[in-house]
Write a protein that binds this ligand. Structure first.
Ligand SMILES: [Zn+2]
Length: 106
């Protein structure tokens, strides 16, 4: 059955960030209820470095069973990690605290 498309998708804010001393900048998506970090480099999700980024966060989150998170492949060809936003908290601070990274707007 055909449905009329209504574009009521929530507004997504994006930012470019530097994470730790990673050579490549990453993107962040800030949604009303989630914040996402581009963990792998677009179209490069299988190199040793990208895999180490994924493993780093899997390891950190493995120590935090209460930390809700969701891995997604977005259409930029990168693997992203989404966390729920916390009330009032700066979304970059949520990433910083949960993932134990240095993250700064570029
Ligand atoms: Zn890579």
């Amino acid at each position: 059955m055909a449905k009329t498309q209504t574009h009521t998708a929530p507004e997504i804010q994006t930012a470019t960030v530097r994470v730790n001393s990673w050579q490549n900048l990453r993107r962040v998506q800030i949604l009303p209820d989630q914040v996402g970090l581009q963990v792998t480099v677009p179209r490069c999700s299988h190199c040793v470095t990208c895999q180490s980024r994924v493993r780093q966060f899997e390891s950190t989150l493995g120590r935090k069973p209460d930390a809700l998170h969701q891995w997604k492949y977005l259409d930029d060809g990168a693997q992203w990690l989404f966390l729920p936003r916390r009330n009032e908290q700066n979304p970059l601070e949520t990433l910083r605290q949960t993932l134990e990274i240095r993250i700064e707007r570029y």
